[in-house]
Every structure is written in structure tokens, then in C-alpha cells.
Ligand binder design. Structure first.
Ligand code: NAD
Ligand code: MG
Length: 399
């Protein structure tokens, strides 16, 4: 069997570490060509010693210098590269077959796009890239013979419930699909009384009941902006209209999502909440490999509960639906304002309920522009503009 060469963008993060765990279980099948991270030189040095990549990239040049020092005693160390352009070049190397896009935020857009343009199999965890540049990214996949396989557990579940010959762009109607049902745990505050939400701390917001994730997506799960971003992600991945994607709160996180067909059938994918399952699925697709995740024990689970999302407690969900429906620059603005607001919440500059306030205000203050023929540079400019306005809105809150 030919070894599959992998570039792992965001290797020191939660998805990155889970990916390396799966890869390590299948050394005969996968070979790490490049690892990338932002600032964590120590974490990267340990991963380099263990996985022996050809390249190690640190987006932060100071961290790259530190990494070179840390690896100086290593026999045949990787080539250490620095800066964001290097992220794009390792995503497009000829010896790479699959690129795991697991950088957090819009910062992952350019390398993700580079992988699509180079015709790679793109394993997409970085949902923000699709929210910001959905049409551009999906076109790049189609035009360059690339493949896109969802890592986000809900979208991976939907993909598994689709017919085997599904390809992006083939249309839900043709598949007989009426609706996509994305499940949501409801996050750590699903039962917190609304008046208590203003006081919650970053630590409480990051203590997710079912999933162990990076801090940004943990806060997004707590505000349910994560589910909103996932609605937009589903629209692009599966060619769905926003009204065809519904959100269902399912506190146990055992059903990862469902697809409702025209004939009344509803197909679901179930499993223990562990990202190694969708990662293993996408890494080996269409084959199945072991992931390290224990089999689901339904006798232990016993009960599966469902309820509607509380739109008042979680205004981010409606903001995301609005952005999905309006399209154009709205999803770019939604995402940029959310990234600014979440960072401010994590550093305790604003309160939890200020997150939807900042996002809502930023959407109000900027006009919607059509993006059909936009280049990535124009999208990134719209992203920067939205960040500036969101920063002003943060300052406004402090007054
Ligand atoms: P994380 O914060 O744990 O890791 C982020 C990774 O990206 C790190 O390796 C970090 O070094 C790198 N990074 C951060 N900023 C960067 C920058 N400016 N330039 C280059 N690299 C940068 O995040 P995570 O939880 O692993 O999430 C990664 C992505 O996967 C996110 O888009 C998230 O929404 C998505 N996702 C995560 C999970 C999960 O369970 N963690 C599930 C579904 C989707
Ligand atoms: Mg998800």
C-alpha cells in the first residue's frame, strides 16, 4: 500500500493532537510530511521528535527561532520554516496527499485555500475558512480536482448518512434529502437561568460537558455561535439552503447529526463524543480504520433527549441564520466580529452576553456587499474592516 503523505495545519491544537493519535495507530498507512503551529515551540519540538516530519512551520517567526534551538540536538531534524506564507507552501507540497486544516479562525483560510488549489484531499476542521470564503473555497475544490471531507463531527455524520456517490454540488433534491438536522449539545449553559449568563467566566465557558476542545470553539459552543457557523458550513458543504438545515439540541452528544429523506427515512450517525472518529473516517475514507474510540454502549447511554434551541438565551444562532440567509459579506462580518468578541471575553474585557451584542452591532453597522466574483484579498479586506468596527463596538461597551 502506498503511504499517504499528510500536512497537518494546527498540529499543536486539540484537533491536531487527536489527528496525530490516529496517525500513530497506522504508521504503515500515513506519513507526516509537515506539521504547523502558531507559537507553541515546545509542543512542536516534542511532536517533531515523535513524528519526524520533513517540515515544521511556526507562523510566529520568534517561535520558529526557538524551535530551531530546541531541535538543534536532533539527528536529521525537520526543516523549520517561519511565517504565514510557509503555511501555504507546505499545504501544497507535491509529496502531500491529504491536508488536515485544523487552524482556528480565519487565520486558517489561506493555507486551506492553498491545499484546495493544489488539488489535495482537504480534511476540513477549520469551519471559519468556509464561513468566510465558502464560494471561493468550494470552487477551488471543484476546479482543481481536490476533495473536501468534513471533520466537524456533525458534518462528518451528515456525510456518512448521505449516499456513497454524494459529491459537493450534486444537490440535495437529487439525493431525495429534505432536511439536515444538526445536533447541538447546548453547551455548558444550556440549563443556566438567562439572568445568570452575564456573569459566567471564561473558565466556566470552556468547561464543555461532552467535548474537550480549544478555547475559541468552546466559547462558541457556549454561545451556540458554533452551531450557527456550522449551519453556514453545512450550506456550503452540502449545497443546502439555510431553511433546509435545522438545529436540534441533544444534550448527550451521541447522535452527531441526522439526514431526513423524502420517503420519511431519517438516517443518523452515532458514536461516543470523541473527534478521533470523524478524523479516522476522513483520513482513510472510503475505508474504515480503528480510531482508538471505544464502541458505543447504548445500554450505558440508555436515554437520548432532544429539545429546541432557546433562541433568546442564544441570540448568536439567529444572527448566524440571518448571515446565512443574507449571504455576501454578512458571514465574513459575523465571523470576524465573533473572533474579536470571543478573544475579548477570554481576556475578560467583556462579559459573556456582550459577545452577541458586539456581533449584532457590527452586522448592523456594515453594509452587505455581494462577493460572487471576489478574490481572497477582497474577502480578507472585508474581514479586517469588520474587525476594526467590532473593536470600536468593544470600546463602546466599556464606556
Ligand atoms: P486549538 O486552539 O486547540 O488549536 C488551534 C491550532 O491552530 C493550534 O495548533 C495553533 O497553534 C494554530 N493556530 C492558532 N492561530 C494560528 C495562526 N494565527 N496562524 C497559524 N496557526 C494558528 O483549536 P481546535 O479546537 O483544535 O480547533 C481547530 C479548528 O477545528 C477550529 O476551526 C474549530 O472550530 C474546528 N473544530 C474543532 C473541534 C474540536 O473538537 N476541537 C471540533 C470541530 C471543529
Ligand atoms: Mg461541530
Amino acid at each position: 500500500m502506498r503511504m499517504i503523505g499528510i500536512t497537518l495545519l494546527g498540529s499543536t491544537g486539540s484537533i491536531g493532537v487527536s489527528t496525530l493519535d490516529v496517525v500513530e495507530r497506522h504508521r504503515e498507512r500515513f506519513r507526516i510530511v509537515a506539521l504547523t503551529a502558531n507559537q507553541d515551540a515546545e509542543g512542536m519540538a516534542a511532536q517533531c521528535r515523535r513524528h519526524r516530519p520533513e517540515y515544521a512551520v511556526m507562523a510566529d517567526p520568534v517561535a520558529a527561532s526557538r524551535l530551531r534551538l530546541l531541535l538543534s540536538g536532533m539527528a536529521r531534524p525537520p526543516e523549520v520554516l517561519a511565517g504565514t506564507a510557509a503555511l501555504e507552501s507546505v499545504a501544497a507540497l507535491p509529496q502531500v496527499d491529504s491536508v488536515m486544516a485544523a487552524i482556528v479562525g480565519a487565520a486558517g483560510l489561506l493555507p486551506t485555500l492553498a491545499a484546495a488549489r493544489a488539488g489535495k484531499r482537504l480534511l476540513l476542521a477549520n469551519k471559519e475558512a468556509l464561513v468566510v470564503a465558502g464560494s471561493l473555497l468550494m470552487r477551488a475544490v471543484a476546479d482543481n480536482g481536490a476533495e473536501i471531507l468534513p471533520i466537524d463531527s456533525e458534518h462528518n455524520a451528515v456525510f456518512q448518512c448521505f449516499p456513497g456517490d454524494f459529491r459537493p454540488g450534486c444537490g440535495l433534491e437529487k439525493l431525495g434529502v429534505e432536511r439536515i438536522l444538526l445536533t447541538a449539545s447546548g453547551g455548558p449553559f444550556r440549563d443556566t437561568p438567562p439572568e445568570g449568563l452575564a456573569q459566567v467566566t471564561p473558565e466556566e465557558a470552556c468547561a464543555h460537558p461532552n467535548w474537550d476542545m480549544g478555547r475559541k470553539i468552546s466559547v462558541d459552543s457556549a454561545t451556540m455561535m458554533n452551531k450557527g457557523l456550522e449551519v453556514i458550513e453545512a450550506c456550503w458543504l452540502f449545497g443546502a439552503r439555510p431553511e433546509q438545515v435545522r438545529v436540534l439540541v441533544h444534550p448527550q452528544s451521541v447522535i452527531h447529526s441526522l439526514v431526513q429523506y423524502r420517503d420519511g427515512s431519517v438516517l443518523a450517525q452515532l458514536g461516543n463524543p470523541d473527534m478521533r472518529t470523524p478524523i479516522a473516517h476522513a483520513l482513510a475514507w472510503p475505508e474504515r480504520i480503528t480510531s482508538g474510540v471505544a464502541a458505543l454502549d447504548l445500554l450505558e447511554v440508555q436515554k437520548l433527549d432532544f429539545r429546541l434551541a432557546d433562541r433568546e438565551r442564544f441570540p448568536c444562532l439567529d444572527l448566524a441564520y440571518e448571515a446565512a440567509t443574507e449571504g455576501g459579506t454578512y458571514p465574513v462580518i459575523l465571523n470576524a466580529a465573533n473572533e474579536v468578541a470571543v478573544a475579548a471575553f477570554l481576556t475578560q474585557r467583556i462579559g459573556f452576553m456582550d459577545i452577541p451584542a458586539v456581533v449584532g452591532k457590527t452586522l448592523q453597522r456594515l453594509p452587505r456587499e455581494g462577493v460572487e466574483d471576489w478574490e481572497v484579498g477582497q474577502l480578507l479586506e472585508a474581514d479586517r474592516r469588520a474587525r476594526r468596527v467590532a473593536e470600536q463596538n468593544l470600546a463602546g461597551l466599556a464606556e
